[in-house]
Design a protein around this ligand. Structure first.
Ligand code: ADP
Length: 394
């Protein structure tokens, strides 16, 4: 029997998302989520089944996942399982491709914790526990940063003292790479071209949000930096601000570094501007005339436009701009407002096409528009599974 199944694990700080995908036909054999790990009432959702009860830590969470899979006859001991693919947020400069995890690789991912303190620890725990559960199975790390390692040095460097930057590995890494890779390729496919033939701006607008400029399939710039805080306005993160705001908050407002970190990562963005981070709520309130929601929407869209303009200049020629993730795939008002006014630059959105709801990749620009505007649903789990399968089969 050939092993064609890949278990994809996405371990976050308080959750584990997972999918079991059969690469023979791309079918999802299982999809689930363990939420609120470490709280009194954690929740396990496995397909239609839902249970709740205390799940104290990631080890217990992964054991719960293994049990759910077992119940369906899809357990970790299945000979059809080819590998486990782990989403790892930060791969630094070294990891430019999916990598089979051994002790040395795990150590290197650990060495990156200082640049990804919120994310890498949970990813590492996920890998350790999956390894313990099935020591003979390849565990493959797929890095959010990998797609962006092709950025030219002048796009990756901050203009600060080089020695200080290098001593602390301070540079722009970029994140959401799995999604940017997948969506830029799918966009080329939608245009009937190969990735090498097209230049694409990808706008990944979820709770976290980032833009990337992809030239001929290769990432040449992206909006997130050392951490996922830089760039677009997000659900709870500020995106770009003057770094002197931090000094000001420290010196004048008397806030500690941790308090400022929390402010910019958790209490800013749409939540900070209007109290809601769900774009549906923001738009609903804005339409009803709520001033704070209107301002938040305005700030969000203004930043998006700036990045579309910047990446148009970086690429020189743009063939398509692709909207993806929760907001990008679902919010017609955001797409309309972000593209509105850019007609002279070749961008336009057709109102009827924009209002269509669908899970399929689709064009929303009118035929006459010089640049294709597309909605391309992302599928990070499938992309991870494909990369992992290609590696373990090779
Ligand atoms: P994450 O970054 O957590 O993976 P998603 O890509 O799932 O997030 O995006 C989640 C966000 O998408 C929500 O916070 C919400 O703002 C937005 N969203 C989801 N559905 C819709 C919708 N129908 N209309 C507008 N926005 C939506």
């Amino acid at each position: 029997m050939t092993a064609t199944r890949i278990l994809v694990l996405n371990s976050g700080s308080s959750s584990v998302k997972y999918q079991l995908i059969d690469m023979a036909d791309g079918s999802r054999l299982a999809t689930g989520l363990v939420e609120r790990i470490g709280e009194e009432t954690s929740r396990v959702k496995h397909g239609d089944r839902e249970t709740s009860g205390p799940i104290p830590d990631h080890e217990a969470a992964l054991r719960a996942v293994a049990e759910e899979l077992d119940t369906d006859g899809l357990g970790l001991d299945s000979p059809e399982l080819a590998a486990v693919g782990h989403r790892v947020v930060h791969g630094g400069l070294r990891f430019t491709a999916p990598t089979v995890v051994d002790d040395e690789v795990l150590e290197e991912i650990e060495r990156l914790v200082p640049v990804a303190p919120l994310h890498n620890p949970a990813n590492i725990t996920g890998i350790r526990i999956a390894r313990a559960l099935r020591p003979d199975l390849p565990q493959v790390a797929v890095f959010d940063t990998a797609f962006h390692t092709t950025m030219p040095e002048y796009a990756a460097r901050y203009a600060i003292d080089v020695e200080t930057a290098d001593a602390h590995r301070i540079r722009r890494y970029g994140f959401h790479g799995t999604s940017h890779a997948y969506v830029s390729r799918e966009t080329a496919k939608l245009l009937g071209k190969t990735p090498e033939e097209v230049n694409v701006i990808v706008l990944h607008l979820g709770n976290g949000a980032s833009a990337s400029a992809v030239r001929g399939g290769v990432c040449v710039d992206t909006s997130m930096g050392l951490t996922p805080l830089e760039g677009l306005v997000m659900g709870t993160r500020s995106g770009d601000i003057d770094p002197a705001v931090v000094f000001h908050l420290s010196r004048v407002a008397g806030m500690s570094v941790d308090e400022i970190d929390e402010l910019l990562n958790k209490k800013s963005g749409m939540v900070g501007l209007c109290g809601d981070n769900d774009m549906r709520e923001v738009v609903r309130r804005a339409v009803e005339g709520d001033g704070a929601a209107q301002l938040a929407f305005g700030v969000y869209v203004h930043r998006l436009k700036k990045y579309i303009g910047a990446y148009s200049a970086v690429l020189g020629r743009v063939d398509a701009v692709a909207f993806t993730a929760g907001v990008g795939e679902n919010s017609a008002p955001v797409r309309e407002a972000a593209i509105g006014g850019l007609e002279e630059m070749g961008y336009a959105v057709d109102a009827d096409l924009n209002s269509v709801r669908s899970d399929e990749p689709r064009l929303i620009s009118p035929d006459y528009a010089r640049v294709a505007v597309a909605v391309v649903p992302t599928d990070e789990e499938l992309e991870i599974a494909q990369q992992v399968y290609a590696l373990v089969r090779a």
